[in-house]
Design a protein around this ligand. Structure first.
Ligand SMILES: *[C@@H]1O[C@H](CO)[C@@H](O)[C@H](O)[C@H]1NC(C)=O
Length: 137
């Protein structure tokens, strides 16, 4: 009777100890911080060469630029290598990241267009999209 009690008591206390250890295991319930890895800008879509028909019905043309990265990149356009100031010419407008040219002019608007994307990691420049005008038919 005395022996049984001792064994029972011993088993009981080791179960308590085991339970206590797993309960307090610091590996459980650890919540990772929501830090997202930094990523430099990467183009998912770059502007492409365009030949705008002079007799086109369209009054606007669009040069596309899509970019990914973390933090979210800021984009700007370069025309003939120079940063575009939209305030300088009402015919240029940036929508999302795309450049919209209204009433394209075959004399003034020929040239190269590039999208430039920047975040805290770095800056990238897209390929040069050449805009040309041609007579159709
Ligand atoms: C780009 O450069 C060409 C050649 O110098 C010029 O004719 C054209 O007007 C320029 N385009 C723009 C949009 O400034």
């Amino acid at each position: 009777m005395g022996v049984d009690a001792r064994i029972l008591g011993c088993t009981f206390s080791s179960m308590l100890l085991f339970g206590g250890v797993s309960w307090s295991n610091p590996g459980f319930g650890f919540v990772p911080t929501d830090e997202v890895a930094l990523q430099g800008p990467v183009f998912t879509q770059e502007p492409t060469n365009l030949v705008f028909p002079l007799d086109s019905e369209d009054r606007t043309l669009r040069l596309v630029c899509e970019v990914q990265g973390h933090p979210k990149p800021v984009t700007r356009w370069r025309v003939n290598g120079t940063l575009l100031d939209e305030a300088q010419d009402y015919r240029y407008r940036v929508q999302d990241r795309d450049l919209i040219v209204t009433s394209p002019d075959r004399v003034r608007d020929v040239g190269t267009f590039q999208c430039e994307a920047t975040n805290s990691v770095g800056t990238i420049l897209s390929r040069e999209a050449v805009l040309q005008f041609a007579c159709e038919s």
